[in-house]
Ligand binder design. Sequence first.
Ligand SMILES: [Zn+2]
Length: 241
Amino acid sequence: MSIKDEIRKIAELQELDTEIYVLQKDKDTKCPLELERMKAEFECKKQALLSIEEKIKQLQLKKKEKEVDLAAKEENLRKSQGHLYQLKTNKDYQAKLNEIGAIKADISVVEEDILKIFDDIESATASRNAEKETLNKEEGKYKEQEMAILNKVKDAEIKINSLLDKRKILAKEVDKNIISRYEQLLKTRQGLAITPVMGGNCGACHMLLNHQKINEIKMYERLVFCESCVRILYISDDIKL
Ligand SMILES: [Zn+2]
């Protein structure tokens, strides 16, 4: 087979390999990153709900403490009121009345605190319910998107396998030295080993090629490489794919 025909074969091979390269990158890098990003975003939304739930828990604990406090104060009030009628002197009676007044004032402060906590619990519960509803919707969306990406990965795998089968057949038709050079370049040049000349420049790194180089390519006596990026060069008009 002439060098020109060999180049045509590896240029065809490059088309398959570029497709494989893009699919593989999508499957191995873009899709997992996207899944990770979506998961982190969803976990973050979940965290918002958990923090409201934690707040409600704290408020309920605080309410319980206040209620215990209130019960103790009420018990104290009852005792003081019981003592009131056992007191003999007017002075003691008045002092007890003052004490009872102070306890009552304390009780009303605690009762107000409890009412305030009750309101806080109510509004936090309303936020939690709204957050829960939002999260349920978000979860549905998240699962849907996750499934779409997993399906994309599966499709890419199927496509890659079929392209690999095709490339295997094509690669067998290329000269052993040329294919080994091509595959080596493919590995070290981000999946692009051969490129057409575009407007007098290397199609990959865009280095301007001199006339001598262009003439050398057009002779198709051997593989000609770009001096800058070391990729194999060809002229599209000569190598019709
Ligand atoms: Zn180049």
